[in-house]
Design a protein around this ligand. Structure first.
Ligand code: ATP
Length: 445
């Protein structure tokens, strides 16, 4: 089995239009990425599936889209101004910057090899700051949000008073976050601009442990539903050295990336810390009046905080396979679950002539309402299948001469490469059925 490296995934992402380095024509910008035609579809599919799972399938979770720019006091209340920093050293020789907890300070600089060239470690705040309005003094300083969660806490009262939610309930949000990471590494894994999918669950103190267990289970199940191999997912409980002082318990979901086990999502019991902080910094009442018991209290929060762009990298890493076929040929295949594949169905005429192209084009248009489709008539049919395998298209529909006679087509399944003859009238149902019962095929299933 060929080793799957991050370099292979990066190269496929660029070659096939999943992900590009930002501003590449100017030499690139570190820690920023562009999602190309296929990447944006993959990312949106994961986001939409998360949104459906976390809001529409729960009548007690509502959505929110809060702004990236917030009042600077928010980040004082949250602790980010004080504490959201990493220890950093600079090499005096080459000016390269490192996290001092990630390198051996007694060793030569990993970049230029100079000895004893590091500055003293100092704390480096990860928030990007900017100025709002025309003046650019200390009073106009604001931050780009480093997480989406604070927007949810700040709007807690607005949501309670404007919608019919009752504790326990959740607020979900997907959006961009920014962190001035000292070392951006591993492609999109750790970037300066990224997207998060967060849900904050507000519950009565005393019920938090029950809900914590519930959300842990739900969140792991989510990754199984989008087809990630369970053997590559695990829980990591925060030890005493990692646990935030206010947190009661915290677990991370980790995935076995090509560079090893790494965090993907955090499920944290944050107690009443965040709402209490905002109450004391804003002077506004953040309590909740329980309509049944008549009690007034600050709810506890169980947070589920996932990286959307990091999930994209996980989906790519998990799907990527180089499969040796009978005869020795190797095909690169992305075994995406059909629910998240950028293109669900490709429609291909066997040849362009004799009216096959016209029938295929018409069929592709008919399928657009139901699926993300793609039409391709150029090149030998085998090469067209390989192109679709490489971008993870689960189904190829081929129109051939028999189609003109009996209105049937072949339906090719990516994982098994098996082709079955299906009547055009049954095509939508066949594809939906195959998606509903999908299990990953292939050598590493
Ligand atoms: P790490 O320890 O990896 O820096 P964290 O513990 O600071 O992450 P959280 O603040 O808990 O991360 O953020 C929740 C999720 O947001 C992470 O699990 C990850 O998926 C995502 N995330 C955080 N920082 C980044 C980043 N720089 N680039 C991409 N995704 C990120």
């Amino acid at each position: 089995m060929a080793e799957i490296t991050l370099e292979k995934i990066v190269s496929l992402c660029k070659r096939r239009g999943f992900i590009f380095q930002s501003s590449e024509i100017y030499g690139g910008l570190n820690g920023a990425y562009d999602y190309g035609p296929l990447g944006v579809e993959l990312k949106n599919n994961i986001r939409d599936f998360w949104w459906k799972e976390m809001t529409r399938l729960h009548d007690d979770i509502v959505g929110l889209d809060s702004s990236i720019l917030m009042h600077p006091r928010v980040w004082e209340a949250s602790g980010h101004v004080q504490n959201f920093s990493d220890p950093m050293v600079d090499c005096k020789q080459c000016k390269a910057r490192f996290r001092s907890d990630q390198i051996d300070l007694a060793a030569p600089c990993p970049n230029c090899g100079t000895r004893d060239s590091f500055t003293e470690p100092r704390n480096f705040n990860l928030m990007f700051s900017t100025h709002i309005g025309a003046a650019s003094d200390a009073s106009s300083k604001i931050y780009l949000r480093p997480e989406t969660a604070q927007g949810i806490y700040a709007d807690f009262k607005n949501v309670v008073s404007s919608s019919r939610v009752k504790v326990p309930f959740g607020i979900a949000q997907v959006g961009k976050s920014f962190r001035n990471e000292i070392t951006t590494k591993h492609f999109i894994f750790r970037s300066c601009e990224f997207e998060q999918m967060e849900m904050q669950w507000f519950c009565t103190p005393g019920t938090d442990e029950k809900w914590f267990a519930y959300w842990k289970e739900q969140r792991m199940a989510f990754y199984h539903k989008i087809g990630i191999r369970p053997s590559r997912l695990r829980w990591h409980q925060h030890g005493a050295d990692e646990l935030a002082f206010y947190a009661k318990d915290a677990y991370d979901i980790q995935y076995l990336f090509p560079m090893g086990w790494q965090e993907l999502e955090g499920v944290h019991n944050r107690t009443d810390y965040d709402l209490s902080q905002h109450q004391s910094f804003s002077g506004k009442d953040m309590t909740y009046l329980d309509p049944v018991s008549g009690e007034r209290y600050i709810p506890y929060v169980v947070e589920t905080s996932a990286g959307l762009t990091r999930t994209v990298l996980m989906a790519l890493s998990d799907a990527y396979e180089e499969e040796t076929l009978e005869g020795g040929d190797v095909r690169t295949v992305l075994r995406f679950h059909p629910l998240i594949a950028p293109i669900t169905v490709a429609v291909l005429p066997l040849v362009k002539k004799d009216g096959l192209a016209e029938v295929a084009r018409e069929l592709e248009k008919d399928l657009r309402d139901e699926f993300a489709t793609f039409y391709d008539e150029s090149g030998a049919i085998g090469r067209r299948y390989r192109r679709m395998d490489e971008i993870g298209t689960p189904y190829c529909v081929t129109v051939d001469y028999q189609s003109l006679e009996d209105k049937t087509v072949t339906l090719r399944h990516r994982d098994t490469m098996e082709q079955v003859r299906v009547s055009i009238t049954d095509l939508v149902a066949s594809i939906k059925g195959a998606t509903a019962s999908y299990t990953r095929g292939g050598s590493e299933a």
